[in-house]
Design a protein around this ligand. Structure first.
Ligand code: HEM
Length: 453
């Protein structure tokens, strides 16, 4: 039975920790803390800190929420309200019939045929990093996460705007980093009331104005040029509603562009950072990967069509995103009382679905903390519940950039891993931070040496 029904008030609310324990645990690392709570209280639990959070960790319950979606499970909650201040009504924050229309318009832009055509742009961006890394000395420690973030921003810039973004790339990337804060921090919450004169609010308003000026400028220049290009901006401008034949409004194009820049940039760079981190800790697995890449590519960059011959590469990426899902948590709100696992969740409840916890569910993953790419071999994947592995969400709101992200991550690794041995700087702490993405709080300091040496 799927649709929400009237639930008797006698049905109990889910169990969970008390107020003070809730607050203390959340502050350390909400991802690991909530995962711990699922071991104590089970797959439906209630966390009552400054607001109530209902966590669902049974893949069947997760399937119900993710597949039914709007209007029963909607996105009108604090997380998306805060994101909307930057992303406007782009695909991530949009909901209901408006979202259906936009998704239908944009889906063809992310068709495999289009996405695979971006392999050249991805390889060009990666080649610039190869040049920089080749010039590094063996003892030259650097911020790996910054290099990767720059790379994925260049990729998103190139696929969205072609070369038009080059002059603004560093400026936009820096602004997005400041604006992309965890919606549950005080700084982010205050941005809802822009008239409160805090330093954070002033900075946010300044960045938003600059971002708008740059994005609207790029749109205007493209319109004026009359040039039909195959980058995503060109496709957004050319898209027409199948029923009405209408083009997208200027503000909607701006919102979709900013959404794609935000959604498609830090997620991919965090994924890459954790993959390098895991490979450095698992040299045997790293060697199997290097062997596959050398055997199949013989020193050349991979193209989209090569990826079918690189199954281990894909398994490494999948397993890394199991342990470190860049989007560690998602939320929805309930339109009516619902029953899950014998407990009542009240109308309006904030429901959390945490890929981080699902990816470690002991009923679905043996030795969940172990890094083992073989879990994703076709034989072992076949029997797994589809909703216990959700790095890109699932159901109608699956990440529209899934294909693009997987292509980008695999092409970047296929180029860099055979050429360079990336090693962490000893003593630099790797402490995860569960912000909008799950990333290393102090970044990743590393050195690179050519593999041939
Ligand atoms: C490793 C990289 C990525 C990960 C882990 C990831 C993950 C996700 C997840 C979990 C969602 C669902 C969010 C929610 O329902 O609240 C999502 C949605 C979305 N992602 Fe990604 N993403 C990645 C890369 C990208 C890229 C490269 C793009 C585009 C260039 C992109 C564009 C989007 C958009 C537009 C949505 C909203 C889709 C909708 O609701 O219709 N993502 N992503």
């Amino acid at each position: 039975m799927n649709a929400p029904t009237t639930v008797s008030a006698n049905v109990p609310l889910p169990p969970g920790p008390g107020f003070w324990r809730s607050l203390a645990g959340y502050r350390r690392n909400p991802a690991t803390y909530f995962t711990q709570l699922t071991r104590e209280y089970g797959d439906v639990l209630r966390w009552c800190g400054l607001m109530d959070i209902y966590l669902l960790n049974d893949p069947e319950d997760v399937r119900r929420v993710m597949t039914l979606a709007w209007p029963q499970y909607h996105k009108d909650n604090i997380d998306y309200r805060i994101l909307r201040l930057t992303m406007g009504n782009g695909l991530v924050t949009n909901d209901g019939p408006d979202w259906v229309r936009q998704r239908r318009l944009m889906q063809p832009m992310f068709h495999n045929r289009v996405v695979n055509g971006f392999d050249g742009a991805i390889n060009t961006c990666t080649e610039a990093l190869v040049q920089r890394w080749s010039a590094r000395r063996a003892d030259d420690a650097f911020a790996l996460d910054r290099d990767l973030s720059r790379l994925t921003f260049q990729v998103v810039g190139a696929t969205l705007f072609g070369a038009d973004i080059d002059a603004h790339a560093d400026e936009v990337a820096a602004m997005l980093e400041v604006m992309n804060v965890n919606p549950k921090t005080l700084r982010a919450l205050l941005t809802q009331w822009p008239w409160i004169p805090t330093r954070g609010n002033r900075e946010f308003a300044r960045h938003l104005a600059t971002l708008d000026r740059i994005v609207y400028g790029l749109i205007e220049r493209r319109r004026a040029s009359d040039e039909a290009r195959n980058d995503l901006l060109g496709l957004l401008l050319a898209a027409r509603d199948a029923d009405s034949g209408e083009a997208m409004a200027e503000k909607q194009i701006r919102d979709e562009v900013v959404t794609l820049m935000l959604a498609g940039h830090e997620t991919s760079s965090t994924a890459l950072g954790w993959i390098f981190h895991l490979l450095a800790q698992h040299p045997v697995i790293e060697q199997v990967l290097v062997d596959e890449l050398v055997r199949e590519l013989d020193g050349r960059p991979a193209q989209a069509g090569d990826l079918v011959r690189l199954p281990y590469l894909k398994q490494v990426v999948q397993e890394s995103m199991r342990l470190y899902p860049p989007v560690w948590g998602m939320s929805r709100s309930l339109a009516a009382d619902c029953e899950f696992g014998g407990y009542r969740l009240p109308r309006g409840a904030y429901v959390a679905i945490l890929p981080y916890a699902l990816h470690r569910h002991p009923a679905h993953w043996r030795e969940p903390e172990r890094f083992d790419p073989e879990r994703f071999s076709p034989q072992r994947s076949a029997k797994r519940h589809a909703y216990c592995y959700l790095p890109f969400a699932a159901g109608p709101r699956t990440c529209i950039g899934l294909g693009m992200a997987m292509l980008e991550i695999q092409l970047v690794l296929a180029r860099l891993v055979p050429l360079f041995r990336v090693r962490p700087v000893p003593g630099h702490p790797i402490v995860p931070l569960a912000s909008v993405t799950y990333r290393p709080r102090f970044g990743i300091r590393a050195t690179v040496t050519p593999r041939t040496r």
